[in-house]
Write a protein that binds this ligand. Structure first.
Ligand code: ADP
Ligand code: ZN
Ligand code: ZN
Length: 735
């Protein structure tokens, strides 16, 4: 017998199957997916490898083949389904099979799962309420959070309390010392296997009609993928909980993906309250060992609902029944590391192997997915109302900044916003100010000539790092922080980058004595920077939180009643066909941050283009209206999902040569392209120089995929004759 194996080294040269002889002793026991040791390379060093296929025959001469050394008994075998998923990911996203396997099989050493630790409140409810009242009086915010959580649930998972509730160890120590809190470890009670919910677990509210429809529809649909579209607070999470209940009843398991930043204590506790310790969570602050333990529990079927960001998708459930992806439009679902997989696509692939359902939830669905739903490829369920009767959407006011200028107001804040901030501060409520801008954070520029300090090899600004060095995020080039401007020699050099700093200064000037916090790439660069800022703001150690997109995602701050969006259009001016979509998503999300349960919130949107449909429809919180206008634009310009496009990139060390080459290709292609193809460019790439290579692009678009591929073939034929492979690189890229 012969085995095809992959060698466990992430290198392109070994990214193929190697054939080994299977020793007789192993013939019976060896399976695809087994982890084995094989002699490899000149020195026949023993290497880890995975068996991918087994066969009786081989095309190789017998004597040239080496033999598998042994099965690594302590190690896991990869399940065949995971192996197939890894192969699919490698084919779809590039990288090596080994890299894909590292993702899909992160557990490679055997672990004995430990019991989970819980904090238990030991006294009765009356005492808890008294203690909560005292904490409120003394403004002990950490205690207020902890006691409020105990009101809902007498036992709280220890990991969540420190990580997600942001409760420091001193608070807990003193409560444990005084006997109010006890730590217990316990085994899983695995209570939901039967038809009935276990005692002591919360039951949800009765679903409203739209919610009930969604649950019924998703479970009954013959389409495996459904979109659940509902405004913030419309009860999507409640729908997820009900779906999970049904899937668990069938004896199956569920993965729930939630963007890391939205994975708050309150959210996770809702799942715990409903399903007890059948639920487990993984996220970036869970150690590798713990993650292995939790995955192992999932594999054994002790944990049956796994919640986490992107990587929870690879939880090794054996009877997967459903994958739920909340806020599925979020860019954090696309991996930044090789393989650069898209969690939504990968989830659909993984679910197909189990005949499982996929539920994609969002208040602002991805336009392309929504289009697929409209075409009947995905199920579509919509929730139009807030679930809590009487709860209202925040009141949104759009302010035209051009009018402010006419009035002579040159500050960052419109008169209305200033007034509203003052009002809220007086009432001791909190305010968030959102600067809709990304990029440039951490860059260094000259106040005299205005030039940023750029990488000598790439057309991007260097980033300042805390060790007083400047670094290129593209090629890794590093140099010490400069004390004079490399362009004009001025010593007025500094880090401004974010703009949030300027906003902070302006707030302090306008409202003397105001306590501000800033959340951006600068202030969160430390290990716990992000957490610390959230904790401080939760503890009301600041009145105003200023930040970039980080502040509009995730955390609900109960006391925030005003959200100011300072410049709504900044994200519109980005050269990307999805700029309006991103803007709509960000604005809608930001608006949803103001005013939570009970307190009415308000949002001020400042903009230079109040008439732009993305701004207008976001202010009305009307996704449908946005979608319709956006599709008109996409159809007109043949952008996805209404059309298809591709980029042809020419790069080389000689800028004139690159320009000439792409020009020649374009000229030759034009008369030969199929009818209906449109081209854009050639033009410099966004980042026109990378590692000393200049880059120009040509976009070509078509209304259907067939035509686009025909156009691609025309370009391929031409580039073969035009290109001098040694000097210019020509590549095709999909958006
Ligand atoms: P979303 O996930 O869409 O933001 P949630 O599921 O968090 O919405 O629901 C928002 C609030 O409404 C929560 O406090 C939830 O408990 C409550 N809620 C959800 N569904 C119902 C319902 N059918 N009846 C009463 N309250 C509900
Ligand atoms: Zn200068
Ligand atoms: Zn560089």
């Amino acid at each position: 017998m012969y085995a095809g194996v992959v060698i466990d080294i992430p290198h392109k040269n070994v990214d193929r199957l190697f054939t080994y002889r299977v020793p007789q002793a192993l013939e019976k026991s060896l399976k695809a997916g087994d982890s084995v040791l094989v002699p490899f390379g000149k020195g026949n060093k023993l290497r880890n490898a995975y068996v991918v296929s087994l066969s009786e025959k081989t095309g190789y001469p017998e004597e040239g083949l080496k033999e598998i050394d042994s099965i690594k008994e302590k190690d896991y075998s990869i399940e065949e389904r995971m192996l197939r998923l890894a192969i699919w990911m490698r084919d779809r996203y590039g990288g090596t099979l080994d890299q894909a396997l590292r993702l899909t099989v992160p557990t490679r050493t055997e672990v004995t799962p430990r019991d989970e630790r819980f904090y238990v409140f030991t006294k009765d409810r009356e005492e808890l309420e008294t203690m909560l009242a005292v904490a409120e009086k003394k403004k002990h915010y950490a205690r207020i959070r902890l006691f409020t959580a105990f009101l809902d649930n007498n036992e709280l998972p220890a990991g969540l309390v420190s990580d997600r509730l942001n409760i420091g160890s001193s608070t807990l120590k003193s409560l444990i010392g005084s006997g109010h809190v006890r730590v217990i470890s316990k085994k899983n009670r695995n209570s939901l296997a039967g038809p009935a919910l276990a005692d002591g677990l919360a039951k949800g509210p009765e679903l409203n009609e739209e919610q009930a429809n969604a649950v019924r529809g998703i479970l009954g649909a013959d389409r495996p993928v459904s979109i659940l579209h509902g405004i913030t607070g419309s009860g999507k999470t409640e729908v997820y909980l009900r779906l999970i209940e049904e899937v668990l009843r069938e004896g199956k398991e569920v993965i729930v993906l939630i963007p890391e930043i939205a994975l708050t204590f309150q959210t996770v506790m809702r799942f715990y309250a409903r399903f007890g310790d059948l639920v487990s969570v993984v996220h970036s602050r869970v150690s590798k060992g713990e993650k292995c333990e939790r995955f192992e529990l999932a594999k054994n079927g002790e944990v049956r609902v796994m919640i986490g960001p992107r990587s929870a998708l690879f939880t090794p459930f054996q009877k997967l029944g459903m994958i739920i992806i909340d806020e599925f439009h979020e860019s954090s679902y696309i991996s930044e590391q090789t393989p650069r997989y898209h969690a939504v696509e990968t989830a659909i692939r993984r679910a197909a192997d189990f005949d499982a359902k996929v539920v994609l939830g969002s208040a602002t669905p991805d336009v392309s997915c929504y289009y697929q739903a409209m075409n009947g490829e995905f199920g579509l369920f919509e929730l139009h109302e807030r679930a809590v009767p009487g709860s209202e959407l925040p009141k949104v006011t759009v302010v035209d900044l051009r009018e402010e200028l006419k009035k002579g107001n040159r500050t960052i804040f419109s008169e209305v916003l200033q007034e509203k901030i003052r009002e809220r501060l007086k009432k001791n409520e909190q305010v968030m100010l959102f600067l809709n801008r990304r990029g440039y954070a951490g860059s260094v520029s000259c106040r005299s000539c205005g030039k940023p300090v750029e990488c000598p090899h790439c057309s991007v600004s260097l980033h300042y790092h805390n060790n007083h060095r400047l670094k290129c995020h593209i090629c890794g080039y590093e140099m010490p922080m400069v004390d004079a401007c490399p362009t004009c020699g001025s010593s007025l050099i500094g880090r401004f980058g974010t703009g949030t700093q300027k906003v902070e200064e302006a707030v302090q000037e306008l409202f003397p004595g105001v306590r501000t916090l800033r959340m951006d790439a600068d202030t969160t660069s430390g290990k716990n920077g992000h957490q610390e800022i959230i904790e401080k703001f939760m503890n009301h150690d600041a009145d105003v939180l200023i930040g970039t997109q980080m502040i509009v995602k995730g955390h609900d701050f109960k006391n925030v009643t005003l959200m100011g969006i300072l410049a709504a259009d900044l994200s519109l001016n980005v050269p990307d066909y999805r700029a309006s979509e991103r803007t709509f998503q960000l604005l809608t999300q930001a608006e949803g941050r103001a005013g939570r349960a009970g307190i009415a919130g308000e949002c001020i949107v400042q903009t230079y283009v109040p008439e732009h449909y993305a701004v207008r429809t976001a202010a009305e919180q009307d996704f449908k209206a946005f979608y319709e206008e956006e599709m008109v634009f996409r159809k007109q310009l043949m952008y996805p999902p209404a059309g298809f496009f591709m980029m042809l990139m020419v790069s080389g060390a000689d800028r004139t040569g690159v320009h000439g080459t792409i020009g020649a290709i374009t000229e030759e292609a034009l008369p030969r392209l199929p009818a209906g193809v449109r081209i854009l460019g050639p033009t410099d790439a966004d980042i026109y120089r990378v590692k000393d290579m200049y880059r120009e692009m040509l976009y070509f678009k078509a209304g259907d995929e067939e035509t686009l591929l025909r156009a691609k073939r025309v370009f391929e034929e031409i580039t073969e004759t035009v290109s001098d492979g040694k000097r210019y690189y020509i590549s095709f890229e999909e958006p």
